[in-house]
Structures are given as C-alpha cells and as structure tokens.
Design a protein around this ligand. Sequence first.
Ligand code: NI
Length: 259
Amino acid sequence: MLFDTHCHLNSDELYPKYKEIIKEAKRNNVEVIIVPGYDLLSSQRVSEIVKEKNIYGAIGLQPEEIDKTDVNSLFDLFNTIKSNNKIVAIGEIGLDYYWEKDESKKQIQREIFIKQIKIANELKLPIIVHSRDALQDTLDILRAHRPIMGGVMHCYSGPKEMVPEFIKLGMYISLGGPVTFKNARVPKEVATSIDINYLLIETDSPYLAPHPLRGTENNPSNVRLVAEEIANLRNMKLEDLEAVTFKNATKLFGINYEN
Ligand code: NI
C-alpha cells in the first residue's frame, strides 16, 4: 500500500478530473493521498476533494503565491479547519528564494511562513514545508518557531548532512520524482542515508514526474516509481519500504487508516 503525501489534485491541471485520478490511484495500490493548498482557490478546492474516502488535505499559502493571493481571505479559511477533521496539516508553506530575489519580498515570505507555523501550533497540526534555495533560513525559522506537531520537508532537495537537523525539530523528509532522475546524486544520497523512520514519499503531481515519465503530467499512481527507486537504493524489499513510509505518514498526519 502506498501513501502519496503531496499531490495537487487541486491544481488547474488535475482538478477537472480528480475523481478519475483517485480511482486510478486506488487501482494502483495508492490508498491515501494528501492534497496541500498553495493559494486561496487551491485551498478552497481542498475542502471539496477531501470528501473522497482516504483523501486528506492541507490549507496554506505557498511563498511563490503571496503576491497573487488575497492573503486575508486565505487566512480566514484557517477558521474552517476545526470543523473539518480531514484537513490534517497547514501547508504548503515556506520560503522560495529561487523565484524571489528581492530582499524585502523575502522578508515578507519569512513573516508569512512564521504566521502560518503559529496557526499550525494553535490548531495542533503538522506543517508541510516548501523550501527552495532557502534551506538555512528555513532551518533557522523552524528552530526559532518550532512546529509542535512536527511536519514534513516536502520534496527535500538539500544535502544529506542537513537531514538530521530537520529531524531533530520533528520534521520528516519527503522524497519525490527527482530521486529517480539519473543524475540526481544528492537526493539519492539522502534516500540511502536517512533514518527510514523519518522518510515519506510523494509525487507533487502534476509536477516532477519520475523517471521514465519525466516531463509528462504527473499523477499519484507514479508514487510507486519513487518507492521502487528508494527500495533499490537501500537494497530493501518494495513492500517493506511501502509499509514503513505508509506508517510514517499516518503517524505524522494523525490518520487512522481504514480499508
Ligand atoms: Ni506542492
């Protein structure tokens, strides 16, 4: 059984066909999916999508979307979380300095990230963190504003040496399509060296389709290719890798999985 911990069924690409994608995923043994929000519309769509069995969601404002989003309306959505037990995290939130070079806007990213960590702590929910070209600042913020229910470094692209620093703060590490890419030395090192009790897997659909589907529209069924690559790298059986990452995800997100 597989658990895709990060899948944008709420994206413009996948939302029109999310019900079929979920059916296809279940046929492929992908039993549970987490759908993170990234802006207002995608976060609103989450409450609809999580009506499906074994589909859970998160609400959050992703750093790249800050300028394009009605931030107050999105923050109002956090008030709806208490009445929806299928919203299991705040995310995705974080820092993206790859797309943002302006120092004052980076400061706004940091402030909004911290605000959302505080909301997660008030609601006693884990966080889903997006971090691109900003790993040290992300770590510094998590140290200063510790997520009390932990969280996940989604599609982690940092070096293996920093992994234990995040784990110390209650964070899990999630690997996606890039670990399957032929020249992806760094994520492969993370896959082989990480304490497996802190490893999650994801697709980040519709983006980052794994090898050999790289460049195509990704979907949650492809999380199997991520699992197979990590199992190969670690010389372990696929079903053992599936079992431990499934258990890790249900623990982090507080999910009681029922068939
Ligand atoms: Ni995402």
